[in-house]
Design a protein. Sequence first.
Lengths: 256, 256
Amino acid sequence: MALILVTNDDGVLSEGLLELFNAMKEVAEAVIVAPDRERSATSHSLTMHRPLRVTEIRENVYAINGTPTDCVTLGIGKILKRPPDLVASGINKGGNLGDDITYSGTVSAAFEGTILGVPSFAISMLWEEGGGFHFNTASEFAKEIAKKILDKGLPRDTLLNVNVPNVKAEDIAGVKFTKQGKRLYSNSIQETFDPWGKKHFWIGGGSPSWEEDEKTDFLAVESGFISITPLHLDLTNYDALNNITNQWKDLNGPRR
Amino acid sequence: MALILVTNDDGVLSEGLLELFNAMKEVAEAVIVAPDRERSATSHSLTMHRPLRVTEIRENVYAINGTPTDCVTLGIGKILKRPPDLVASGINKGGNLGDDITYSGTVSAAFEGTILGVPSFAISMLWEEGGGFHFNTASEFAKEIAKKILDKGLPRDTLLNVNVPNVKAEDIAGVKFTKQGKRLYSNSIQETFDPWGKKHFWIGGGSPSWEEDEKTDFLAVESGFISITPLHLDLTNYDALNNITNQWKDLNGPRR
């Protein structure tokens, strides 16, 4: 039977994680290895300056005092009894779209799985002002995508970043394969003061705007579709590599 | 006069940062905005769960109790008096090669600069067992690359990841434009015990091996060349996007 490692960045107590875990258990054997608390926006951080503690909370549920990337590393390297066939990360509370995916612990966990040679996907549900989350819409789709990956595999060094509109399952317009969109706003920064009157800055808030471009993740979810973006471990810009190699000839080549 | 924001992930006290700062001051006006302590392997983490404090240590040197990404965000958004023309991140103690770049705070700072529309490069010096760092080799080259970028610009959404062999300047073989290499080892994990006898895990150590492939960052530095890899903000795997769109037709498209 296939084995699925389930993780997230909202922490082991997150409702989205349990929804994903239950969905994955309908597809295969599933084990949670997740951060013991919220670790949003930790990106691909790896904890190397201190030891990490693994706590078995109950059968097949492990919590680690570390990041999502730590969880995948230790899950595959030390906790699971055999290598998993799939890493499933989520369901994140809030979308992971465009350039913002590089901040995301959820997506980074799927990056780490891919680096370690395990097919991986991240799944996130869009945030809605004041409302809750229709996690069931995402968990139902997670089953489809997990089966597909277990059946067909994924291209080498490639993970899937899935974003699901925050609506009931019957209100999903469909599924679109997309490219990463481009965010236009810079990070919003609030000013605040400590109890002694010293100014501090708090990063967050603000509403993003997006570059108008066809076939993006952002446009898909905005039109009510589930977005699936295949992401690559190789960040090389090959066009730029060709151009710069030609244009910066004076820098290039041997010097002695 | 051009303005350069200088940052790193080894912290504001790091010798590599000061070397880079002094080099950049020979090219343009330069301001340090860096983490107040070491923040290695923090990747593209953004601190959003607490306010951040900015301390002016001396003229044009600011420390923040946050990550490299926080420093670039606040540096550009709040601290610098005008938008910088360049973000320079480093000199990191240790190479940032292959898949490991996604863990790196140094490279992520250059990512953040690029997201905010400022041409950016990261520069790292390879680690050598037991030895120190020939920072001067890297800082001399940093001047060349900074002038080049200020003069020619960079392709859109593209940053440069520079790795410098840890040798004297006269022993540098030359410069190569490269692609991101592929690491083969998984993260090494040590087992250790706390004072109460409970097992912990510590991620780190181990020696990487690399997939044999021409034109990689790893191969360049191994043969004594400075490696320059252009990296892209867009992580979409376009080949996979085309293939999956065709092959996973049953998933794709409208559902209602």
